[in-house]
Ligand binder design. Structure first.
Ligand code: PMP
Length: 443
């Protein structure tokens, strides 16, 4: 088996947890944000499950990088084969780089046929900003309040989510112009018919730039309101905003890092749902199934504009191993019909969660589609007061029952559901049953 090839002995007894924890705490800079006070020490994964160092099994409802499921033997084998042949940077290697770029270009709308390969979503968004600046000849960028685009300097500058990024508000450069996000659940113009109001809310910012005679470089946003738990943008919203941005010479960037690439089930890209075609797509996370891999997909004209201004080079971006990972993920997604599974299992799970909403008033809403769902907890369905402490407690109780989750949103009152796309109906039932038990028994 590939795990044997790679020298991993799956039958070995697990190492002891206390020792690992103390070693990690001694030298690991600072653990990434962790919502659990006592996080499990995960050692292995298999499909939609993860196992900790004591051998306990968890259902992984949060790991949206693990698109094809943990420990996929085809991926392990493909990486082993390519690494044995060659791994170097993309300027010396051609065949897999060409094949993967071609495949990505085919997945994107027709005019977006030029691909840059990078290592992460943050890097992809930094590059997208540079491309927009080069192509428009202007700096000013619009972004949505409470959005998140990454932690590198550029992507952080256009991120305003408080939950994900507490420093962002203090470091905002003057070329960044956050505008009101069209939150149809808890925004000031709630409801599905709020498009005109939310578009109107952007106008003062555009008018202020026009009045100063300033040009617009572009607009970046997620095509589904991710930070708030997967709330769809109101119909036609992107069409109208894109038109305003393009009228001013700006470039429209669709951040598909989290929601795109099949996770929504019914759509491959989030922007498909809005009936628009962006000028630049950024993608990462799931496309590499946890391996560092990201991409920017754009038109030849926009790519050429950057070439005139400077250059792009990423040492490990688009390495042969990364490209093989990307190709194999797409092969597995096709052969195992994972986007279709995201649609069907996602719809099934959403219906089960909505049924819980009928029984338990703390369930304010079930947002999202496919395997990108958000379960929003509120103290009162009229005032929508966020049930923040309750959400943390529910999350802890779910962990005790063997489900790994993560609260999200600026009030940390939304459980984001983004499991591997191979989630089975049986696992969806297990999750819904655990949640029902927690809501029944209390937390
Ligand atoms: N954009 C979005 C919408 C994201 O959710 C994330 C990661 N949470 C990023 C960009 C940054 O991606 P990465 O962590 O790979 O740098």
């Amino acid at each position: 088996s590939p795990s044997r090839l790679l020298g991993v002995d799956c039958d070995a007894p697990p190492p002891r947890s206390a020792e690992i924890l103390s070693r990690r705490e001694s030298h690991f800079a600072k653990p990434q944000k962790n919502y659990y006070t006592r996080p499990p020490q995960i050692e292995r994964g298999w499909k939609q499950h993860m196992f900790d160092v004591t051998g306990r099994t968890y259902l992984d409802m949060v790991n949206n990088v693990a698109t094809v499921g943990h420990g996929h033997p085809r991926l392990a084998e493909a990486v082993y084969q390519q690494w044995s042949m060659l791994n170097t940077n993309s300027r010396f290697h051609y065949e897999v780089v060409a094949a993967f770029s071609e495949r990505l270009a085919r997945l994107a709308p027709d005019n977006l046929d030029t691909v840059f390969l990078v290592n992460s979503g943050s890097e992809a968004n930094d590059l997208a900003l540079r491309l927009a600046w080069a192509a428009s000849g202007a700096r000013n960028m619009l972004c949505l309040l409470e959005g998140y685009h990454g932690w590198t300097v550029g992507s952080d500058a256009v991120s305003t989510s408080i939950a994900d990024n507490p420093q962002a508000l203090t470091t905002r450069p003057d070329w960044v112009h956050p505008v009101m996000a069209p939150n149809t659940y808890r925004g000031p113009y709630r409801g599905p018919n709020s498009t005109a109001d939310y578009v109107a809310a952007v106008r003062p910012t555009l008018d202020a730039l026009d009045a100063k005679g300033e040009k617009l470089g572009g607009f970046i946003c997620e095509t589904v309101y991710g930070n708030a738990g997967g709330i769809a943008l109101p119909p036609g919203y992107l069409q109208e905003i894109y038109a305003e941005v393009r009228r001013r010479g700006g470039i429209c960037i669709a951040d598909e890092v989290q929601v795109g690439y099949g996770r929504l089930g019914h759509y491959f890209w989030g922007f498909d749902q809005q009936g628009v075609v962006p000028d630049i797509i950024t993608v990462a996370k799931g496309m590499g199934a946890g391996h560092p891999l990201g991409a920017v997909i754009t038109s030849r004209a926009i790519a050429d504009a950057l070439e005139k201004e400077g250059y792009f080079f990423s040492s490990a971006g688009g390495s042969p191993v990364s490209c093989v990972v990307g190709m194999t993920v797409l092969d597995i997604m096709t052969d195992e019909e994972l986007q279709e599974n995201a649609r069907d299992t996602g719809d099934y799970l959403k219906a089960r969660l909505e049924a819980l909403g009928q029984r338990f008033p703390i369930v304010g809403a079930v947002h999202g589609m496919g395997l990108y769902l958000g379960l929003e907890f509120v103290r009162d369905r009229q005032t929508l007061q966020p049930a923040t402490e309750e959400t943390a407690a529910i999350c802890d109780r779910l962990l005790a029952l063997g489900v790994i989750m993560q609260p999200t949103g600026d009030h940390l009152n939304v459980l984001k559901i983004k499991p591997p796309l191979c989630l089975t109906r049986e696992s969806a039932d297990f999750f819904a049953d655990c949640l029902a038990r927690v809501l029944e028994e209390g937390w």
